[in-house]
Design a protein. Sequence first.
Length: 227
Amino acid sequence: MAQPLMPHATASWLVDNSSLSFEQIAEFCGLHILEIQAIADDTATTKLTGRDPVRAHELTQEEIDKGQADPTYVLKMLKGPEQIRRTKGPRYTPVSKRQDKPDGIAWILRHHPEISDGAIGKLIGTTRTTIAAIRDRSHWNIANITPKDPVTLGLTSQRELDALVAKAAKAAGIEAPTDTRLEGDREALIEQLRAERTAAAHAAEAGEGAEGATGPVEHTAETLFRQ
């Protein structure tokens, strides 16, 4: 299925400008639902500027309306962008995130030892030499390396990581770990996130009104999210 040219920015716009479910946005943008929740909850590693898929001619307003009317409706892309894929060489990582690679590698080695060095190299965009150095703790900066989830570091997507873990587990003849972070009352969690965003928006509007009447008002995390 074709995906938007800028999936995260598109997801951010849909979260802020529509009442589509997180599942619908995740499916349309090719992202994991946890990434959509992070965007909605403002916990994503990078604050994104939304990209309007309607103006980009990737989605029609009619499709959005259909999705808002029916939570089970799967949005259909109007026109997918040209897909340009790298066929050789490691994955490109922005300079600003390259320093995070060792932490991401260490996390995978600790939590998913079944994943091969070659697969880690393709996922993170690194070399076997670096992976081996982190594994045997001979890396020059090993004292400062702290295992961190590569998804939260922005080095890969949750969907890519989950697919790699499942593939490695199958090859190793073991059962793939189950993502239990959404077990329980999923709808309650989603409603809670939406309520927090709404409360924050109302608090911001109230703050703007107070600022115009009595001068600047400082807000803290507690005052923004107080219900």
